[in-house]
Design a protein. Sequence first.
Length: 317
Amino acid sequence: MSSYRDVNYSIRPGKSTERKLLVSLIRELCEGHSADYNYIGFGSTYFTDFKLFHKELHIPKLITIEKDRHIKERVEFNRPFNCIEIIMDESTNALKKISNWDQKYITWLDYDDTLTSYMFNDIDVVFKRLVASSIFLITCNSILRDENNKQFTKNSFRQKFGTMTPIELTNKDFASTNSPSTIRELFISKINDVLNIKNRALSDNDKLLFRPIFFFTYADGAPMVTIGGFLDKKNNQVDFQNHSIAKFEAFLSFNDDPYKINPPNITYKEYQLLNKYVPSAPNLYLKRKPIKFIPEREKKQFLELYKYLPNYMDVVS
């Protein structure tokens, strides 16, 4: 059963914050040229990210993949723009049907499943085709458990994923506190394997390198993890330290330490009140008497994320 029936994807605070944050990060990463990209995603019946990416990033062509053929008419009815192409198929097959891979893509494989082998198949299809300067994102449930809902061991994980299992993996890596980093390592390892093979057929000037820069966790009920990055050229790498995206340093991750998206748990009236005192230096902001009654944790989270929060914060109270 598709999870669109259980969750309205347009009103999840963690997910909504992640989307708006990614729009700002991608806009900066593209240096004002996001309209030169196409977009691939999973729009479901809500198309929330498609509306945002088309309006805010001016992406001219978008492709949504939907595996549930039973909702074909609903997907077509809810398509918000005629520049969105709909492919009804399993993701691995659908990705193979896309023909114009000579264009730069922002690809977001935004799964709600736990880690599954077809995700690695999708990575294989995408990275065999992506060109330099493309942006890739992948999201999944961060719980690492087997079919019996038991935490994986290294042996049970190897039985399911085979050669995808790193030699250095330990049983501790499957614990909930470590699973996002484990998933990140697995996805990046697969990406690098695909690129290593692809690079054999490319000249030195065209060889590709995946640069991981996004690593988010959040939970709107289920714990989720997003990994993303930039497909660079090995011999002409973007200097992110001196790139305009460096001003978003707090949200970037070049290692296995994720940025945890924790929207504040506040009412809409509190949201309006806090808005009156931002932007502000943290030490001055936290001492404001009119907001003294709001818990410090919520105030800190608001100050950090207020530009990216959905404008319906009363739904989380």
